[in-house]
Design a protein around this ligand. Sequence first.
Ligand SMILES: [Zn+2]
Ligand SMILES: [Zn+2]
Length: 185
Amino acid sequence: MRLSLNSNTAGRRPQRAARALRDYLSRRGLRMTGEREALLRAALERGTHFTLDELAQDVMRSDSSASRATVYRSLPILVEAGILQPALVTGEVRRFELALGRRHHDHLLCRGCGRIVEFRSEAIERLQLEIAARHGFRLTSHVHELFGDCAACRPAGRARRAAVAAGAASAAASGVRRGAAGKRR
Ligand SMILES: [Zn+2]
Ligand SMILES: [Zn+2]
């Protein structure tokens, strides 16, 4: 049952995306090229949290006339057409994901293994609107990224930080140990 649900979604989304791209291009007086089609296909196949470089590799594999430069130039078209959106924007590597047919969500990113977790919090969404309103802003969009160490990476991450900043890290670790050992006066 889950499988058929997925394949239904997968069946509709490419058509919706292709229509969105065609509409956008015709509004701008641009043509649907083989490369733009390959780019759309690659983005749909990747789905979530991919880098431009990963996308460019896919496009170049399926369209030998495409180059990294042309993919980089074409990507804003997919964003402006509402098909893709930036997912993770902090740091050296931006990541993108499909926007079409997806509910807004935010991300947790593990600094150790790069694991990305999607979450949605009504409380945070509401707070953001309230804060914006308090400052006279009407929010149009936001990117909310939380960085940390996932459960699997936590001991390793702690050890790595300790090696980099031995003094500060060891003081913090002993503080944690003291705190864990019991109550202090
Ligand atoms: Zn991790
Ligand atoms: Zn996401």
